[in-house]
Design a protein around this ligand. Structure first.
Ligand code: MEV
Length: 442
């Protein structure tokens, strides 16, 4: 058996030592070191901020940062920053936004902004007795966190409710203390978790030390916010006269387009294979905004997909209402994001994104991110139901293929010209570049 050698104390190494260690595993060690260092920020103070977001940071991983202009939401125009590596996403969001800016714009409304967390505990005691004394316990718990919640209360937030939830039908002796929070403009993860840990300790003490309960054998299993926030929800929609689609495609009338579009949404409602891809297209846009503004895209995705399954069947997050004359298309999405605290105020690019957006409140940012999700989804369905997705995708992908062949600026220009009227594929680009390079120059 191969002996695996463990690197001891890697996190304690200096950055140079970490880079040397990683490079020493590769035959091109010097090149590796120079690539790593070439992505360092030129200002060491900025680099230090980025380094300290995480552990064992060696360098930065670049992603494109772009803007979708002309995003009209509730009558206001936004330039929306997006961070995404997939070539066609910003183009699709921009194109859809331009179309809807001319057709009534996007509408968006935050339905509610409640977040929640649970203390999960196992207790073979008498839950009715705990319920009897619950108002006293609540008082004890709220006092425990008064110093943590004071600032949040000043900003208009705080603890909204506390409840005991009986989960014994699912797991023997399993209960939850469920707490709901309003965290105003912050995502609130640290605030919620700090409160919950205090409540857990108070609950444990109340049951085991107050003398009120015969069974003192309470086990706090964990205290943590939930990333499932079905009460932190934004609804976004577009609405137009069907005639607005008159020129959307040369081969379809406005009515035919609306009908095909409706079928595409219905398919994503009844078929899980399609629903997953449909929702992925929504998250192309949502995640790009969430990332650009320093929010947690993993939380947003996990929640969105759980929400898409809330009826017991995974479905499209969008809904369509089509009449003879009108088209209404909406997206309902849970989005627990913030505009203060965390990375939003530390990452220089997140700060810039928020400034470009006019320093929105968390509620406004929920609207903006969901609008971009709907814009991307509309763009995807529009392409899929008309000329197909690959024409646009491959046109955008052309630059990636050209870069793979280290094409010069002149070669890129020639390729863009050439592929204006031709289908882009990896092999077609390769053939084109090879023939260009094999043609003798005068
Ligand atoms: C690609 O990233 C996203 C799409 O597949 C979304 C969709 O099919 O709706 C185009």
């Amino acid at each position: 058996m191969n002996q695996i050698s463990v690197i001891k104390g890697f996190s304690k190494f200096s950055k140079e030592q970490k880079i040397d260690t990683i490079a020493s595993f590769l035959s091109t060690s010097d090149e590796v070191k120079s690539v790593i260092k070439s992505f360092w920020h030129s200002d060491p103070a900025v680099q230090l901020i980025i380094d300290e977001f995480s552990e064992n940071t060696l360098t930065n991983y670049f992603m494109p940062y772009g803007i979708a202009p002309n995003v009209t939401i509730n009558g206001n125009m936004y330039m929306v920053p997006m961070v995404i590596e997939e070539s066609s996403v910003i183009a699709a969001a921009s194109k859809s936004s331009k179309f809807w800016a001319a057709n009534g714009g996007f509408h968006s409304e935050v339905i509610s902004s409640i977040k929640n967390g649970q203390v999960h505990f196992i207790w073979p005691g008498d839950i009715s007795k705990l319920r009897e004394h619950f108002s006293l316990l609540k008082q004890v718990m709220l006092e425990r966190t008064s110093s943590i919640t004071a600032n949040m209360v000043k900003r208009g937030g705080g603890v909204l409710s506390m409840d005991l939830v009986d989960k014994t039908a699912d797991l023997e002796n399993y209960y939850q203390l469920e707490v709901k929070f309003e965290t105003v403009d912050s995502m609130g993860a640290n605030f919620i978790n700090s409160c919950l840990e205090e409540y857990a300790d108070a609950l444990r003490g109340f049951v085991s030390e107050s003398g009120l309960f015969e069974n003192k054998d309470i086990h706090i299993i964990m205290s943590i916010l939930s990333n499932y926030t079905p009460e932190c929800v934004v609804k976004t929609w577009v609405e137009c006269d069907i005639n607005a689609f008159d020129k959307i495609d040369e081969n379809l009338t406005a009515k035919e387009f609306a009908w095909k579009f409706e079928k595409a949404v219905q398919i994503a409602t009844v078929d899980v294979y399609r629903a997953t891809t449909h929702n992925k297209g929504i998250f192309n846009g949502v995640d790009a905004v969430v990332l650009a503004t320093g929010n947690d895209f993993r939380a947003v995705e996990a929640c969105g997909h759980a929400y898409a399954s809330r009826t017991g069947k995974y479905k499209s997050l969008t809904e369509i209402e089509l009449t003879d004359n009108t088209f209404k298309y909406s997206l309902t999405l849970p989005l627990a994001i913030g505009t203060v605290g965390g990375l939003t105020s530390l990452h220089p690019m997140a700060k810039l994104s928020l400034a470009i957006l006019g320093n929105p409140s968390a509620r406004e940012l929920m609207q903006i991110a969901s609008v971009i999700g709907l814009a991307n989804n509309f763009g995807a369905l529009k392409s899929l139901t008309t000329k197909g997705i690959q024409v646009g995708h491959m046109k955008m992908h052309l630059f990636n293929i050209l870069n793979f062949f280290s094409a010069s600026e002149k070669e890129k220009k020639a390729a863009v010209d050439y592929f204006k009227r031709r289908k882009v594929s990896y092999s077609a680009v390769q053939t084109f570049i090879e023939s260009l390079r094999n043609t003798p120059h005068e």
